[in-house]
Design a binder for this molecule. Structure first.
Ligand code: BES
Ligand code: MN
Ligand code: ZN
Length: 499
């Protein structure tokens, strides 16, 4: 079977015909309570470890197939190295590694017992998160499925044996909410641009209503009335209508508590417009809405786990196309803030969309802070590659908390500078500001541009052009779209903003 894997917790038990997964440290000693369930296991491991040069190092595995005297088609021995030092991210990675090794196995029983001491319920929950995220597939458009490990099937059913089932289930509830949020974000980014255009994207966001999220979509008429000339300018070359969708989750004790806000760039396809992009790799620009996808995934996670916070998610949805009505280099647009913008390059469209979305959110909701996510510049790829997102912030506390959440989740970020000295690069001859600042400091001038539309609200900008799509495949992600940012921001909220 393909598709989402079924995972549940149960008391530690013998494999009874299922694939069996056990953990060992560098001493290669199978925990006693596991050896009692599978008395043949220590001997099997001792026999195979030397030949396979398996030393129990963290995130390595020894796969013993058709083990004699064990009621199981496979004994998968997973190394955890120095178990005492294993942190949160390691358990998610461990889950991902195990799911990868299980491949298309129908059924697996995991003996989630530490080689030393006890693993916590939170560790079990992270392990489950890793299993789930590794099992994610986006193959709905393949009419013939391959059955190799990476493109084909994922395990059907995994039972995680733990000491305290109730505690593990409780801890896992929140992680499952996050897993769903990441999966949703990945799917939105992976969807082709002929399917996921602005109105369809808005519909998928509206599906959050069944979780208790209020969803409102502004159409072009409503946005014109508000004066959103920058966002509408980007969409005007496309036959598809633009949308601004606002999602509201009211989870705080007081409905009046100041909300926190997340704003996403949702360019459903970025051709570059009249300043058209080269053909090579242009198909990747279906992912130019990864910021918006993250915001939807995050709102899903927050609502699903009933986070005790009031949160706004706003996404600017447009398609950037060349056409008879498209904006031209030289055009001057009037933004909702009143500031005029000279378009130098129609491919610098994300900042135009965010200019109106950010202004609208601070104006209407007066949030405690705003965090925007955007696949904004190729320059951030030059600076940081696919490993880290660029962070820009006008508030040190918010920036520091984001960096910490990045370390905790493994969704790493690196703070870049904001500095008025860069403003001269985006001064315009004819308008208040121009939309590009030339080749140098491209990610910084983009952030300086955005800052003009946040009106002193505490704000952070995450440039996710490198991390949102095409990022390196790792233990917990085999998908082109990583769903980057959902885990990071959920963690930020959980650690600092719940009442
Ligand atoms: N969506 C792109 C940025 C991008 C590039 C995202 C590569 C993901 C991968 C953005 O709209 C864009 O085209 N930016 C231009 C800005 C330039 C014209 C100032 C860029 O980075 O080249
Ligand atoms: Mn562009
Ligand atoms: Zn773009």
């Amino acid at each position: 079977m393909s598709g989402p894997v079924k995972v549940d917790f149960a008391p530690l038990a013998a494999p009874k015909g299922a694939n069996f997964v056990v953990f060992v440290g560098a001493d290669l000693k199978i925990p006693e309570r596991v050896a009692e369930l599978a008395p043949a296991a220590p001997g099997l491991l001792a026999g195979a470890a030397k030949t396979a040069r398996f030393a129990g190092k963290a995130l390595t595995a020894l796969d013993i197939l058709s083990p004699a005297e064990l009621d199981s088609p496979r004994l998968l021995v997973v190394g955890v190295g120095e178990a005492k030092e294993a942190k949160e991210t390691d358990f998610a990675k461990l889950g991902g590694l195990v799911m990868g090794k299980l491949g298309g196995a129908k059924e697996a029983v995991v003996a989630f017992a530490a080689p030393e001491g006890e693993w916590s319920a939170a560790a079990a929950a992270d392990f489950l998160l890793g299993l789930r995220l590794r099992a994610y597939r986006f193959d709905k458009y393949k009419t013939k499925k391959k059955d190799d490990e990476e493109n084909g099937e994922s395990a059907g059913k995994v039972t995680i044996g733990v000491a305290d089932v109730a505690a593990a289930r409780r801890a896992a509830r929140d992680r499952e909410a996050v897993a769903e949020g990441v999966e949703l974000a990945r799917t939105l980014v992976n969807e082709p641009p002929n399917v996921l255009f602005p109105e369809e994207f808005a519909k998928r966001a509206a599906a959050l209503e069944k979780l208790g999220v209020e969803v409102e979509a502004l159409d072009e008429k409503a946005m014109a009335k508000l004066g959103m000339g920058a966002l509408l300018g980007v969409g005007q070359g496309s036959n598809k209508e633009s949308r601004l969708v606002v999602m509201r989750w009211q989870g705080a004790k007081s409905a009046k508590a100041k909300p926190i806000a997340f704003v996403g760039k949702g360019v459903c396809f970025d051709t570059g417009g009249i300043s058209i992009k080269p053909a090579a790799g242009m198909e990747d620009m279906k992912g130019d809405m990864a910021g918006a996808a993250c915001v939807v995934g995050l709102m899903h996670a927050l609502a699903r786990r009933k986070a005790r916070v009031n949160a706004i998610g706003a996404i600017g949805l447009v398609e950037n196309m060349p056409g008879g009505d498209a904006i031209r280099p030289g055009d001057i647009l009037k933004s909702m803030s009143g500031q005029t913008i000279e378009v130098i390059n129609t491919d610098a469209e994300g900042r135009l969309v965010l200019a109106d979305a950010l202004w609208y959110v601070q104006d209407k909701y007066k949030p405690a802070f705003m965090i925007d996510l955007a696949t904004l510049t190729g320059a951030i790829l030059v600076a940081l590659g696919h490993e880290r997102a660029g962070l820009f912030a006008n508030n040190d506390e918010l920036a520091d908390r984001l960096v910490e959440a990045g370390k905790a989740t493994g969704e790493k970020i690196w703070r870049m500078p904001l500095d008025p000295a860069y403003d001269k690069l985006i001064d315009s001859k004819f308008a208040d500001v121009k939309n590009t600042g030339g080749r140098n400091a491209g990610s910084i001038t983009a952030a300086q541009f955005l800052q003009r539309f946040v009106n002193n609200t505490p704000w952070a900008h995450l440039d996710i052009a490198g991390t949102g799509m095409g990022s390196p495949q790792n233990e917990i992600n085999r998908s082109w779209a990583s769903g980057w940012g959902v885990r990071l921001l959920d963690r930020l909220v959980a650690d600092h903003y719940e009442t």
